[in-house]
Design a protein around this ligand. Structure first.
Ligand code: SF4
Ligand code: SF4
Length: 90
């Protein structure tokens, strides 16, 4: 019998998950080097290239808060400490 409770990975693009968040990742644009590591580790496809250039001349990443569930992986993996987790204001 098929399990009706489990949800396949990466499906939150179909279901906005932003309301679940307790913590919110924020990118410090001036620290971001545009390396893309956060984008590759995010379990949801909610980090993308903003195509905005910071003072270092790097294309910074942006977060789609409609779909970010606040897991913190991006902040943990950013080698430049450019992402910090802040308590979500409800
Ligand atoms: S991992 Fe950090 S430095 Fe790299 S693109 Fe993401 S926020 Fe920017
Ligand atoms: S907190 Fe999690 S879901 Fe949100 S952008 Fe970072 S890695 Fe993706």
């Amino acid at each position: 019998m098929k399990n009706k409770i489990s949800v396949a990975a990466g499906t939150s693009k179909n279901n906005k998950t932003g309301a679940w968040r307790s913590y919110r990742p924020e990118i410090d644009f001036e620290k971001c080097t545009g390396c893309g590591i956060c984008e590759s580790v995010c379990p949801e496809p909610c980090i993308s290239n903003s195509h905005k250039i910071n003072k270092m001349g790097k294309e910074v990443r942006q977060i789609d808060y409609d779909y970010c569930k606040g897991c913190g992986l991006c902040a943990a993996e950013c080698p430049f400490k450019a992402i910090s987790m802040k308590i979500e204001k409800k």
